[in-house]
Design a protein around this ligand. Structure first.
Ligand code: CP
Length: 386
């Protein structure tokens, strides 16, 4: 993991557009705004039949392979739904036991086979950097005159989950970007709040805000990807709240990447530590909860965890009542019913954004596919002509 986050980024582009999607560092603020505009257009067009018909005919000649060898609900299904919205036919390999990898075939041979039959490979793997290596394999194939297709990283080990960061940012954009009462794309949950004293910061975009991440910071690939994206916005502050355990606190590569970008960041082990002279739970503009990823525990970790009080990293109604009235609560999901980082009783709070966040994944992933296949301009032209 100790590599610059923008490693070989130019090799992942073609003529100023993304060719492969591997790291969140590939997305500039301008591109994020562009994708949000396309996602908004797709969302609105999907509300009626003529818009749906237009979208579904855009890429009906394309085929995508969903190669997910690590469990997934949201990423898999929202990519599949995104493909369906744009007319892309999907196929899947989710269990390597059903593929010829059981006969000794390498993952790289599998990927090359997929590229023979499909126009895009969306892949999730427990192996960090596998998607990155597959992208470079595709580039090598292209250079030697062979067939090559885009690779999209849908989660790679504890490394990165760039398209999760896209939907996280899109959810924050929909909450914090507000151009006035006629802005039909904003998050209407907060309409009443926008007029209240103390909520002036709500409608002023993503810059200048304080974002907190809580939970398994060390192994959280969604945290890593989103923190790097947020660090592109001016004057943000990032707060990381994790149990004081070497496995769970921020890793050096992220610390170094944030320091190199001159981002103000703070590492706490409690919601009660002070920021701006008050407990951090009261000072933040958005809270990103995560679960402790116990599936990655080693025997040693489990032993050392015994001494930690994990309940300090779970929300409850009291903590939520102390948050700013507009501060959205996000979570990449799944949440862990045994750990209880977000109890169900919080789901009806207007700040609980995690189900909308998951649905936003379908729209922003549709926009990303439109970008990769260069039909985003067509969508915007059709949308604005209507
Ligand atoms: N957030 C996320 O990646 O969810 P899944 O593991 O269900 O895809």
């Amino acid at each position: 993991l100790n590599r610059p986050t923008k490693a070989k980024t130019p090799e992942l582009e073609r003529s100023g557009r993304l060719r492969h999607v591997i790291f969140s560092g590939q997305f500039s603020v301008d591109l994020l705004e562009e994708l949000a505009g396309v996602a908004d257009a797709i969302r609105k067009l999907s509300k009626h039949r003529s818009g749906q018909d237009f979208l579904i005919n855009l890429l009906h000649h394309k085929r995508a392979m969903l190669y997910f060898t690590q469990p997934s609900t949201r990423t898999f299904l929202s990519f599949m739904a995104a493909c369906q919205i744009l007319g892309i036919t999907c196929n899947e390999v989710r269990d390597p036991q059903t593929s010829s990898e059981t006969k000794g075939e390498t993952r790289f041979d599998s990927i090359r086979m997929f590229s023979s039959y499909f126009d895009l490979i969306i892949m999730r793997s427990p192996i960090a950097r596998l998607a990155e290596s597959c992208a470079y394999l595709m580039n090598d194939l292209e250079r030697s005159g062979n067939r090559s297709v885009p690779i999209v990283n849908a989660g790679s080990g504890a490394d990165q989950h760039p398209t999760q960061a896209l939907l996280d940012i899109y959810t924050l954009q929909r909450t914090f970007n507000f151009s006035g009462p006629n802005d039909s794309e904003h998050n209407s949950r907060f309409d009443d709040l926008r007029r209240l004293p103390g909520c002036e910061n709500l409608s002023k975009g993503l810059a200048g805000k304080t974002y907190a991440f809580c939970g398994d910071i060390g192994r959280g690939r969604t945290v890593r990807s989103l923190a790097l994206l947020l660090s592109n916005y001016p004057d943000v502050r990032l707060v990381f709240i994790a149990p004081n355990h070497p496995t769970l606190v921020m890793r050096d590569d992220l610390r170094q990447a944030l320091a190199a970008k001159n981002v103000r960041f703070y590492e706490f082990d409690s919601f009660e530590q002070q920021l701006d002279g008050r407990p951090v739970i009261e000072a933040l503009d958005a809270l990103y909860m995560t679960r402790i990823q116990r599936e990655h525990d080693t025997g040693d970790d489990a032993e050392r965890y015994a001494a930690l009080d994990f309940s300090r990293y779970c929300l409850d109604m009291d903590l939520v009542s102390r948050m700013k009235p507009y501060a959205p609560i996000l979570h990449p999901f799944p949440r862990d019913q045994h750990f209880g980082e977000i109890p169900q009783e919080i789901d009806n709070d207007p700040r609980a954004m995690y189900f909308r966040q998951a649905r936003n994944g379908m729209w922003i992933r549709s926009a990303l596919l439109a970008h990769l296949f260069d039909v985003d301009g067509q969508i915007l032209r059709y949308f604005h002509r209507e």
